[in-house]
Design a protein around this ligand. Sequence first.
Ligand code: FES
Length: 373
Amino acid sequence: MIATSRNTSFLSTGLRRVLGSRVVAAMTTPHGVDRYLELFDPTWSVNEVRAEVTAVRHPTADSVTLSLRPNGNWQGFRAGQFVRLTVEIDGVRRTRCYSPANSAHATDGKIELTAKAHANGFVSRFLREQARPGMVVTLSQADGSFALPEQRPERVLLISGGSGITPVMAMLRTLCDEGHAGRITFLHYCNAARDLIYAEELAEIAARYPNVELLRGFAASEQCGELQGLFNREQLAAAVPDYAEASTFLCGPPGMMKAVQQLWAEDGIAERLHLENFTAAPVVVDSTNAEGDVRFARSERLAANNGATLLDQAEAAGLRPEAGCRMGICHTCTCRKLSGRVRDTRTGQLGEEGEEDIQICVSVPVGTVTLDV
Ligand code: FES
C-alpha cells in the first residue's frame, strides 16, 4: 500500500517490488516509474534514496546543518561513513559527499548532514543559502570503510579539523548512545571558537560523560583552547600521553591528516590509525596515442588532447572547474560531456558517444571531446 502521509513517504516493500518489475518498467517507458511516483510525492522512488529536508540550522556563519527524512530505501549507516548527496541547481544535478553526523542509533529515522560553505563550494554554498524545509534531495546508500568497527575499541582517540568533524561526531554520539565505558578523547582543531561546529553539544557531552575528554585548538586565537597551535608531536604527547594505545579515527584538512599520519607512521603504530582511505588507480597519461582536441564549449577554449585527465587538461587550459578528491570519489568534478568518448581511468572502460555526465578527474578523452565547461 502506498503511504498517503507525506510525512512518512514510504512505499511498502511489496509495492516497491511490484513497481520495480519489468512489466511496470515497460508500461512506464520512456520516463520510468519514478517519474510518475514523483507526481504524488517527490520522495517516492522504487530504488533511489530520496530525503526531505525537515529542518535547517546554521551552526556557524559559513555552515549549514540539514535534518533529512529519508524514504524507505535508506538502509542506514555505520558511524563514520559518507553519503553522496545530489541536488538539482539551475537544472543541473550536482553531487557531493557528506558524512552523517548523527548517532547511528538515532531513533527518529533522520539523517543529519552538516556542510561548510567554501568560497568555491558550489553545492555547499547552495545548501547554505537555499536549503529550506520541504526541499527534496537524492542520497546514495552509505559508503566508505572509515567507520567504527563492530567490536568497539576500549580506548578511542578522535581527531578532526574544520568540517572534518562530522564523521567523528557521528562516532562520538554513537559511542555515547551505546554507553561506551572506555575512555574517549576528542581533539578538534579549527580557526576560532566561533567556527567550532557542534560547540555547545561537545561541551555538554564532555560535562555529562566522565569518560569523554574534549580538547580544542583554535589556530587564530591560541589562548582560547586547551591545545596551543597546530597539531604537533609535543602537543599530542602532553595532551594524550597514551595515544599509542588508542584506536584513532582521523578526519580533517589534508595538511593536518598528513601530519597525523606521519607521526603514527614514525611511531610504528600506523595500523591503529583509521582514516577515510580514498585510493585511486594511478592515471597513465598516454600522450603518444592521444588524438583530437578537447573543446571547452562554455568557455570557448580549445586544447590539443594530450592524453591527461580532462580535469588536468581543463586546468592546463587555464580553467578552474570544481574538483575535490581528484580520484573519482566525491563527484565534485562531474561535468556534462556534450560529445565524444572518454575512458574511465579506474576501470579502463570506454564510455558512450554523446551527452552524459562524467567525472572529469578520472576520464581521459579518446579522440575529440566537447565538455560543457
Ligand atoms: S570525483 Fe572527486 S574530484 Fe572528481
